[in-house]
Design a protein around this ligand. Structure first.
Ligand SMILES: Cc1cc2nc3c(=O)[nH]c(=O)nc-3n(C[C@H](O)[C@H](O)[C@H](O)COP(=O)(O)OP(=O)(O)OC[C@H]3O[C@@H](n4cnc5c(N)ncnc54)[C@H](O)[C@@H]3O)c2cc1C
Ligand code: SF4
Length: 528
């Protein structure tokens, strides 16, 4: 008999969500996490520690295609990247599930429809306590339920921005936020609505992350075991390679092997590819489940830009990430291709700017960094990057990740920036300043900013062109699944976490059915 019914490797958006879903079934679940619990300490909310010292970024070294070493923006801890994320929890657009023609080529269709994912988006919004308002975003896909919590209100400068955008003929909306905030009953909520959210861990555990709302509730069930400091280094298989028979783990420096009837990989897109590639055998010479040659390929991470505009009036906003703009998602005047999403990022501070050359050379000393911060309005622009076979994760001889990546859709990315720039005059901002923000992007080496990584084990109906089937099971290995963002065949232009969470719930229902376990009770909706 196996040690466990299910072994889940990685506790982030995919793994953490899945384990919570499986927990009430009573099945024996082992959750392996290479990191530790993220420490709760004052530094959680210190910009210098988080943005300048990179206190919570892994010490891993990856290599770009020219073999230049870099420190990737990945987070090894319980909850994975969601501990640091901005908790903007968007659904993909319905059209993102179909084929979309972009400036640089085709964004391929998904093998399942939006309608199949919809109930799981609704459940994921409930599990992650998402705040939002239906009916405002012109590109919003159909939803079977209201958001469980009302939209987070705009602070006055952002409300003004919203009003100005509307006056310019656009349709700004309240961004979907995963913060556990009760605005009309602050003493009983968890969130204190602070300025250190996006990119920071939440000191008071009020962010809807996969630690607080995935792993912790799962661990209330005695049948779930979490092992931290446990890095899966190899998957062993039977002789013909049709099933995983053991998960080899580096547990605090000791090698241990665990057996599970089902094995679910959820290490983040690059690390899941790494694990499969490192598990090559005679039956799988190119890497486990890689007869298609697709493991590691089609790596995407959004063509993103973080920029700062200067408001003529001061911008005293504390929690800034409340507004989104999708008017250019599918195109713009005289530009018939998708451009992408515009949203706010966390309010920047002078401390974050230290060491950022463009700010120092273009704005200071003409303005002090404190003056810049007082007037800064911070935007995040995402353009979809296309899945390209040559954009891929490979392993070096020493086993380290090598990432080859050539951007796509550069012109739509520039065009999206141009659209925002041309609006600044209507928005009470200095029209000549839209300054790139390096601290958010970590883009001294562009591939290092891999926060939105996806696509290395895409799912599909055709085993020669995809790694996983539509249940996210490896085509070639009967008991092996992948539930992190690796499965994305395309990435859309909105943030990826809610889609990973929804899909983990979808795959979770499949696993429960496969194990003959009852489906998890749905929580009552907290419709506001
Ligand atoms: C600063 C920042 C801001 C972001 N903001 C947003 C946002 O606002 N909205 C949004 O939708 N998305 C956001 N994202 C992206 C989002 O966090 C990710 O898309 C999401 O967490 C991906 O989920 P995942 O399960 O694929 O990987 P992760 O959440 O990264 O989880 C992978 C887990 O696997 C563990 N692991 C890796 N290798 C192994 C191994 N070999 N053995 C055991 N464990 C292993 C890791 O330690 C980690 O815990 C942000 C990310 C960052 C970094
Ligand atoms: S805004 Fe709320 S959820 Fe975000 S870090 Fe502050 S208290 Fe935590």
């Amino acid at each position: 008999m196996s040690d466990f019914d299910v072994i889940v490797i990685g506790s982030g958006a995919g793994g953490g969500t899945l384990v919570r879903h499986l927990a009430p079934s009573g099945k024996r679940v082992l959750l392996l996490e290479r990191g530790e619990w993220l420490p709760r300490e004052p530094q959680n909310w210190q910009a210098h520690d988080v943005f300048v010292e990179n206190r919570y970024v892994s010490e891993d070294t990856w290599y770009d295609e020219r073999s230049k070493a870099f420190q990737p923006q990945v987070h090894y801890c319980v909850g994975g990247a969601t501990k640091l994320y901005g908790a903007a929890l968007y659904r993909l657009r319905e059209e993102d599930f179909g084929e979309l023609r972009h400036h640089d080529g085709i964004s391929p269709a998904w093998p399942i429809s939006y309608a199949e994912m919809e109930p799981y988006y609704t459940l994921a919004e409930q599990r992650y306590e998402v705040h939002g308002a239906r009916g405002e975003d012109p590109t919003e896909p159909p939803a079977s339920a209201a958001y469980p919590f009302p939209a987070v209100s705009h602070e006055p400068r952002i409300q003004q921005l919203s009003d100005d955008l509307e006056a310019a003929g656009l349709r700004p909306f309240h961004a979907p936020c995963g913060v556990r905030l009760l605005e009309d009953d602050m003493p009983h909520g968890h969130c204190v609505r602070c300025a250190t959210c996006d990119g920071f861990p939440c000191l008071v555990h009020a962010k809807s992350d996969a630690d607080v709302l995935g792993v912790r509730p799962a661990l209330e069930h005695a049948n779930v075991t979490l092992m931290t400091n446990a890095e899966a280094v190899r998957l062993e298989t039977n002789a013909d390679g049709s099933a995983v028979t053991g998960v080899v783990v580096d547990h605090s420096g000791e090698r241990e092997t665990f057996t599970g009837d089902l094995v679910v990989v959820s290490c983040g897109a690059a690390n899941s590819a790494k694990l499969l590639l490192a598990s090559a055998t005679d039956a799988h010479p190119a890497g486990l489940a890689n007869a298609s040659g697709q493991v590691g390929r089609n790596y995407m991470f959004h063509n993103s830009q973080a920029v700062l505009a200067l408001s003529k009036e001061e911008n005293p906003t504390v929690f800034q990430k409340t507004l989104g703009l999708n008017d250019f998602y599918f195109g713009a005047k005289e530009f018939d291709y998708p451009l992408g999403n515009i949203q706010m990022v966390g309010k920047s501070s002078a401390e974050m700017y230290r060491g950022e050359k463009p700010l120092q050379t273009r704005l200071a000393p003409e303005r002090t960094l404190d003056q810049v911060a007082r007037h800064a309005v911070d935007f995040w622009l995402s353009t979809e990057d296309l899945p390209r076979s040559e954009n891929r994760v490979t392993l070096r001889d020493d086993g380290a990740v090598q990432l080859g990546y050539t951007p796509s859709n550069e012109l739509p990315k520039q065009r999206l920036l141009h659209e925002l720039k041309s609006l600044l005059g209507h928005l009470g901002m200095h029209h000549d300043h839209l300054i790139p923000r390096h601290a958010y992007l970590k883009n001294d080496i562009p591939v290092a900013g891999c926060a939105h990584q996806a696509g290395t084990c895409r799912f599909g109906a055709d085993p020669t062109a995809s790694v996983l089937n539509t249940d996210c099971r490896a085509h070639e290995v009967d008991n092996l699944y992948v539930v992190d963002t690796s499965f994305f065949p395309s990435i859309g232009a909105v943030n990826p976490a809610l889609t990973a969470m929804a899909n983990a719930l979808r795959v979770g229902d499949h696993l429960l059915e496969r194990m003959g376990a009852a489906r998890t009770e749905r929580e009552p909706e907290h419709v506001a």
